[in-house]
Structures are given as structure tokens and as C-alpha cells.
Design a protein around this ligand. Sequence first.
Ligand code: ADP
Ligand code: MG
Length: 682
Amino acid sequence: MASLYEIPIEQINGIGTKRGQLYRKLGIDTAGALVRFYPRAYEDWSNITSIQDAQNGETVCIKASLASPVRQTIVSGGRILSTVIVSDGYSEMKIAFFNNRYISSMLKTGKQYLFYGKAAVNYNIPEMINPTFALYGASESVPIHPIYSQVAGLSTKHIEQSVRKVLDMLPETVKDPIPENVRRKYCLPPLKDVLFAIHFPKDMEEAENAKRRLIFEELLVLVLGLSSIKSLSLERSEVVLEKNYTDEFLSLLPFTLTNAQKRAIDDCINDMTNNDKAMNRLVQGDVGSGKTMVAGAAAYTCIKNGYQAAMMVPTEILAQQHFQTFSEIFENTDVKAELLTGSMTAKQKRTVLAKLADGEIDFIVGTHSLISDTVVFNSLGLVITDEQHRFGVRQRSTLLSKGKNPHLLVMSATPIPRTLALIIYGDLDISIVNEMPPGRQKVDTFLIDDSVRERAYGFLIKQIAEGRQCYIVCPAVENSDTGLIGVEEYTEKIKSGALRNCRVECLHGKMKASAKDEIMNKFVNGEIDVLVSTTVIEVGVSVSNAVIMMIENAERFGLSQLHQLRGRVGRGKYKSYCILVSNARGEEAKKRLNALCQTNDGFIIADEDLKLRGPGDFFGSRQHGLPELKIADLAENIEVMHEAQEASKMIMNDYLNPDCGDYRSLRAEVNMLFNNVGQKLN
Ligand code: ADP
Ligand code: MG
């Protein structure tokens, strides 16, 4: 199996250079990757329906022979239409194929075929358009057919044939990454059988069993990867801090910290001054709970002990805001803070990089630029990532690798129920900041429908007249078939309609980074009244003059996400509002949205979200930074996940022991999933 990963996909018989590119588009670059490219669905041909019983709109398999020769005509647009009447001995059906000139040579009178497709009834005549078919009794008429994800120019049939060829190349015995004892305990069939069964199962039960084993394997690999990252930090850190400077830091602040902030800081300092292992901590707290100061305190103690600290944030604007904050706090100290972002000139960057390398800079705040190869630290002691859900485990590790096992602090404003946090952040210890700074105003939240839209716009106009600013969030960038209005069209509509006297601009993720930054800067500077955007503004930017967050099609979002969006307002001294617009009639949708009107506590909302919608939203849109999975679904496969966690504990010690050769193929899988982050591990 391992060696199949060394055979480029182009070398498989029938693929070649040109088709190879299409396979690569699907992420299949080697023969090994092809057998690991699992079907996304199956067609079940084992259940043969009579033509008479085929219901309109139902996908069925019928067994029939030709009752007329194939007729070919040219229809509008120059398309070739081939039609044929078939019979199953009792009734007849009309079958039509578009754009396949070979149909007449493929279907012969006197032979029986299986036709698989969607049945329709047109003027009382049963018909089927573009079915897949196979000669009855031939090798392709196996009962279950795999269906693969496709790209233009590459059919699922072609992928199926190539998979068959590669499966034939599998050696007599395939090394199984899952150790024998784990396989026995969880009743998992061996890898080779499973690879055949997932592509060409005898029946759906066999497909399900194969799928379960592959999900287990993938989750085991994920858990092991995360645990090994954690175990790395179990090594004794070389960054041992002698003294705690928290009190000194507190004296620099214009306010006193909340108890929750103090507790989180204590956790961090304990981790960093305890010289058993490096800190590996997640600070979770609602938007506005003051996590930045927790990071600041940790950084200060680290710096005062003679090390550098780095803080990575997902956007340029956020980097600037944090830099500004810390420059003010550290103004009368000897701590030297700097900024590093992609938009700086090459010369500016060079200066910063040089100072960073020889230790003149103590604290660097930056974007992804921080992980580039040119960034070298003198003595990196602490890595902080803000808005963790926007970064991958991989990016975090890259920054960490720039120091000698430095401490790690990650911050997230997405409250996650504890059970799920254990999975997503399986590699981290957790502190929770569950208290707001005093005097924070509650954001009043209303649920409205279209009938009062004009009044809502009137409210926006009134606030704008008083000098305030507003956000409007739409769920989609472009108009879609789902009836959602896209953010661009929406912007045009209100610009020439209800809000024509306001300064309205549009912002979305498909815009260039520089264009996004420009719009965002204008909003920060008060040059825009209404910012219409997709959820790109969800990340921790603070505009204290913005007082209204209006969210269109609110039922489209998860509660936690809505709560995040709401956190963009109520950040200054002005009374703030969140207006949820939804025409959804369902009781459940209303219940969810009303929950948001009733509380401002992100953890209560997260629990509610989990109860009402299941864990999907927390794992959705890959906002957790975990590697992409092929077959497992973190939201669906919670139970298998628990088994995998249990199994990983069983084998962890041996797995981490480099002399245990038995785990070589499992380690290879882990490295593949984490894209070799773990090289250091093995
Ligand atoms: P988040 O947890 O969302 O990152 P921030 O750290 O950005 O929150 O804090 C939000 C605002 O609250 C900032 O303007 C910050 O200066 C202020 N703040 C933080 N802690 C306190 C406190 N203990 N008392 C008063 N204001 C605070
Ligand atoms: Mg923040």
C-alpha cells in the first residue's frame, strides 16, 4: 500500500497526462490517493423494479430488452437525441439519451439490460432520461455501483474503472495502519478487504461496515495527531519563567481586571512558571470579555523574564488594533512592541525582521506574515493566536517551531460546549473567561419579519443621523437558487432605495484583501454609515461607534454565529441593538432566534445551539482549524470519535515510541493528514 503512494496517477493505465490533471483537481495525485478516494454515494442495482411499478420521480433499476431499434434525431441546439422503447415483458418504457452518438451500437436487440435512473411518466407513458445501463449478467452489472465526486471531463465511470485497476495492483498482504489488538477490540475488518468493499460492496451492509472502519481509522489518525502535538509540549520546556510580573502589568492598565480575567491569567502564569512542561492553553470567553488583557499579562511576564512573545491574528485591521492597544499600555515601560503585516513595504518589513532576529523587539503583533520563513526570532518564549478558529493547527505549529518549544496561548470567542471542546481542542488545556467587564451594556435584540422592514430601516436612519454606524449582514455573496438575496445586489437595492441618503458600502470574502482592508478602514474611520457584508466581519474588530447589527435571513445562521455577529456592536458607550430579520415560519427556527433575544451569554447560547441543531454548526465551515477529513464527519460520528479516543489511549505509549516499528504505517497516515506537521514527532 505504502508504495502505491509513490506511483503518480498519470501512470495508471488509461489515465495519462491530460486526464491526470483532472484527477489531480480532485486531489488524487497518486495511485494510493485514488484507492483512498471513496465513493460519495452508491447506486443499488440489486433491487429490480417492474416498469409498471416504477413511480414518477423515483430512482429505480429495471431489467428490459429493446422493443424497437434506437432512433437518432438532432434536436434544438444541435444535440443528438437517441430514443428507444424497451420492454420488461409486461410493460414498455421510453428511454432517451442526449448527446451520445454511440447508443445505437451499444444497445442490441435480443439482449437484456439493466437501466438505472429516474423514472418519469409523460402523458401516461413511462420514461427514463439518460439512465446508466449495463448488459444484464456482465461484470459491470454488479449490484452496487460506486458514485464518485466528479470534475468536468471526468466521469464517475472512468474513476470507477481506474479504481478497479489500482485495486488489482494491491499486494497480497496490505499493511494495516490500525494495530491488530485495536481491530479485534472494535471488530474492524482488515484494510485490504475494506478497500475493496468501500468501492465495490456486495450489498449496502458491506458498504456500511467498510465505511465505519474507515471513519474509525480517520478519527484515530486525527486523535493521535492532536495528542502527539500535545505530548510534544509535555516535554520539559526550555522556556522557564522565574518570576511573575502580573501585578506590575496590572498597574499599567486604566481599569481593574474582572475575577475571570485574573483566574485565566493565573492559569497561564502557573503553566509558564511550572517548569515541567510548556503551556498549551486555550482561553475561551465571550466577545468583549477582555481576553486581550489575559494575553497581554502572559506576554508581559514572558518578556520581563527575557523572552520574546508573538501574537498572531487573522486580519490586518485586528493586528493594527491590538498593536495600538499594546503600544499605549507599554508606553512607559521598556517593552518594545512592533507590528508585522502583509501590507507593510518590503523595507519596513526588513527592518522589523532584523530587529526581531537580534532581539531588539520584545513583542510582535502580526498576521499570517508571522509564519513566513523569513521571520526569525532571537528567543521566542510565547506564541499567542487570537480568534483561534480562523487558524489551522498547522499554522499554529509553524509559528511554534520558530522557538525552542515555546509556550502557547490560544484565544477563542466561540464558546463551545465542553464535550465538543475536548474534541476540537483535544490538545489544549482550557480556561474560561465567563464574566464581562463592569458597565457593559446589554445589546437589545429583536426578531422581525419583512412586514416591518421599512420601520427597521427608519430606525437605522435615525441612528445614523445621530452620528452612529450600522452593520447589515447577508448570508450569501451572490444570489442563489435558494431565494437568498446576495450581498452585492442587496447593497445596490438599499443604496438606491431605503438608505439612499446614507453612505453604504459592501464587503465580502471574495474581494481582494486590499479592497477589503480599504473598506474596513473607511468604516473604522467613520467614512461609511452602513457596512453591508457577509460574515467576514465576524472576527474581533472593534468599532465602538457601530450600534446596530441587522442580520438578514437570520434563520440561516447557527446561534453561536449570530451571537458572534452581535458581539460586533455594543462595544462603546452607546446603546446598541441587534435586529434579526427572518420570515421563517417554523416553530423551531423561531425558538432558536428567540433564545438569542433572551440572553447575551454565549455559553448558554452554545448549549442551546447544540440541543436544537446538533453539533453541526460547531464543526461547520471548517472553522475549527482541524485538517480536512475524507470520510468522517465530526458532527455525525461522535460515537465513533469516542471509540477512537479510547483506542488512542490504549496505544498512545507505544505509538510515541520511535522504536515501535509496528506503528510505522499509522504514523505515516498521521503525517499525511497533518501534512507533516508532525515530522518532529516521529
Ligand atoms: P475580547 O475578549 O472580545 O477579545 P477585548 O479584549 O477586545 O475582548 O476587550 C473588549 C474591550 O473591553 C476592550 O476595549 C478592553 O479595553 C475592555 N476591557 C477589557 N477588560 C476590561 C476590564 N476589566 N474593565 C474594563 N474594560 C475592560
Ligand atoms: Mg478579541
